[in-house]
Design a protein around this ligand. Structure first.
Ligand code: FES
Length: 136
């Protein structure tokens, strides 16, 4: 499932226009994001952390299909948060439901990096069982 939540409105942030990297923790997998390939899929905002993660075999939970209607895609941006899209009211509302909130918590499906910095993104412990790494 993908697309957008029809109950929310607002501007969709522009995806990255330059290459950058995201390191997913604790699995310690680094992926290079190529703006030419955005959107990678149909889940989450185009070029969002979730869009990028799923395309690279990092299976972050996403119960609502990436439309900002749950909090299961909660991640913690450990590095590079200043290069991510501003949090919408809808994201803020859903995020309030997530356990273990931190000041750098975001919803992966709504967080769109602009590519100006590399990111380190932690997938919280309660979400790790769902994580599988792509075999190379
Ligand atoms: S997958 Fe539901 S809010 Fe991100």
């Amino acid at each position: 499932m993908g697309g957008s939540n029809p109950y929310l409105s607002g501007d969709v942030p522009d995806p990255a226009s330059q290459k950058f990297k995201i390191t997913f923790q604790p699995m310690n997998v680094t992926v290079e994001v190529d703006p030419e390939k955005i959107p990678y899929g149909v889940t989450g905002l185009p070029g969002s952390v979730l869009d990028i993660a799923l395309a690279h075999g990092i299976d972050i939970d996403h119960s609502c299909g990436g439309v900002c209607a749950c909090s299961t895609c909660h991640v913690i941006v450990r590095q590079g948060i200043n290069s991510t899209s501003e949090m919408s009211d809808g994201e803020q509302d859903e995020l309030m439901e997530a356990p273990g909130l931190t000041p750098n918590s975001r919803l992966a499906c709504q967080t769109v990096p602009d590519g100006s910095q590399d990111l380190v993104v932690e997938v919280p412990a309660w979400n790790r069982n769902a994580v599988r790494e792509k075999s190379h």
